[in-house]
Ligand binder design. Structure first.
Ligand code: GAP
Length: 426
């Protein structure tokens, strides 16, 4: 973990939040490479889960919703955890997450009696902090999709079964710290609410989504052997769920929840119908029956996905550190180097290749130090291919393309570079 955290800061993937003010616990900022990696993963997710499926459409809802939403969803009442504080070192823990809840894992001290605290982030709307102006930052993106269920039916031609996908920020007042971007107070989720008929076999739909999720893992370069499906027993399930599988991943600090899939029944839509007084029923034209749909929810913690991708890609090979990222998610696809920075002809041709490729790919430029150092610098940030323009390039119109993983080099005609990389990125 330490090596990954250090690389993330050194090379601009992830910085500690508000660092010049001493930081703020459990907050991070994504740097220039982090934002590229993030955008690539989001695009792949959106394409795979929304655009490539006929039964899916997207949504981008707000972070602040009418507080009634959280009353209806049960979060105001139920989204609470117990907290204990060590009487000696004053570190705070959730007793349910401790292996031995009788003593502090940091110093062995004894705990205060547990207190409950709300995981909801409160804010106030308007200039005066008065009764009725309290609002909450959403603790899950899911509720936007439930409260817009009727809008979706009225504005699209979707028929059940169909689903909604959304990527966005969520906020939770987390008290346990550590493990980098694994648990933060502000994070992103990529969630799906898939609506089915109460007569459908929900367990079949559930299994189908579970398999489909693993197709995404493969696309972003995460190996199946690093995953574990953890069936959550009833007593530990969220208040809205009839079945939950936590899709756990072998992080460098241990196996823990990466994604999850839950059968939320008709809990949310029913609660919104009761609380808002608006019908959430669906009219099935084929059977002429009205019903409140049931929901299967695949959910993906986005920042945890980033951590899994970075951990799986990190490798040390002899002197070099290499991020073996799937080229589709790599921040830069290609780096372009003139062999010598003080030879104007080489630099000119290299600049031309760089600007031409930049129209189609995210391309890095480097002319510092020697070629070996430049390769190592690109390996460390996961750039799959490096192009070197040398004296032969001026004569023969070709360049050396070096592969990050095999370190093999081949000569490619300058006019064929675009197709060459497009083919590799298919
Ligand atoms: N809508 C269902 C839901 O929110 P959850 O299991 O509470 O379910 C979904 O959260 C995912 O969000 C988790 O699998 C995890 O990846 C991510 N997540 C939850 N809390 C997080 C936190 N504090 N920091 C980063 N990711 C978090």
């Amino acid at each position: 973990m330490e090596k990954i955290v250090s690389l993330c800061k050194r090379r601009g993937f992830v910085y500690p939040g508000s660092e010049i003010y001493g930081g703020l616990a459990n907050t991070y900022d994504y740097g220039p490479l982090g934002v590229e990696l993030k955008n690539n993963v989001k695009q792949l997710w959106w394409k795979y889960f929304v655009q490539q499926r006929e039964d899916m459409v997207g949504l981008d809802g707000g972070i602040i919703l009418n507080p009634e939403v959280w009353k209806a969803s049960g979060h105001i009442k139920n989204f609470k955890d117990a907290l204990v504080e060590c009487k000696n070192c004053h570190h705070r823990f959730r007793p349910d997450k401790l292996e031995d809840p009788s003593k502090c894992p940091d110093c062995g001290g004894s705990f205060t009696t547990p207190r409950t605290f709300s995981g909801l982030f409160e804010t106030t709307i308007g200039p005066v902090e008065e009764e009725g102006t309290v609002a909450y930052l959403r603790p899950e993106t899911a509720q936007n999709m439930f409260v817009n269920f009727k809008n979706i039916l009225d504005s699209t031609n979707k028929k059940i079964p169909f689903g909604l996908g959304q990527i966005g920020k969520a906020f939770r007042n987390e008290i346990t710290t550590g493990n980098f971007i694994f648990r933060t107070i502000e994070f992103e989720q990529m969630e799906i609410e898939y609506f089915i008929s109460p007569d459908d076999d929900w367990s079949k739909v559930f299994e189908g989504w579970l398999q489909y999720i693993y197709g995404f893992a493969e696309r972003i370069g995460l190996e199946r052997q690093n995953f574990y499906n953890h069936e959550i027993p009833e007593a530990e399930r969220a208040f809205y769920s009839k079945r939950t599988i936590d899709i756990e991943y072998k992080f460098p600090f241990g196996q823990d929840e990466l994604w999850a899939i839950a059968y939320r029944t008709d809990y949310d839509l029913t609660r919104h119908q009761e609380t808002s007084g608006k019908s959430m029923e669906y009219f099935d034209e084929a059977t002429k029956k009205k019903y409140i749909p049931h929901v299967i929810e695949p959910t993906f913690g986005f920042d945890r996905t980033m951590l899994a991708i970075l951990s799986e890609a990190y490798a040390e090979e002899g002197e070099r550190v290499v991020l073996k990222l799937n080229p589709k998610v790599a921040p830069y696809k290609v780096a372009v180097f003139p062999l010598l920075a003080n030879k104007p002809q080489l630099v000119e041709l290299a600049r031309k290749i760089y600007s031409d490729l930049k129209k189609d790919f995210n391309v890095a430029w480097d002319e510092r130090g020697n070629i070996g150092k430049r390769y190592f610098a690109q390996d460390e940030i996961g750039t799959p291919w490096c192009i070197t323009i040398d004296f032969d390039s001026l004569e023969k119109n070709d360049v050396t393309v070096r592969d990050r993983d095999t370190m093999k080099q081949e000569r490619i005609k300058i006019g064929e570079l675009k197709e060459y990389f497009e083919e590799k990125l298919k």
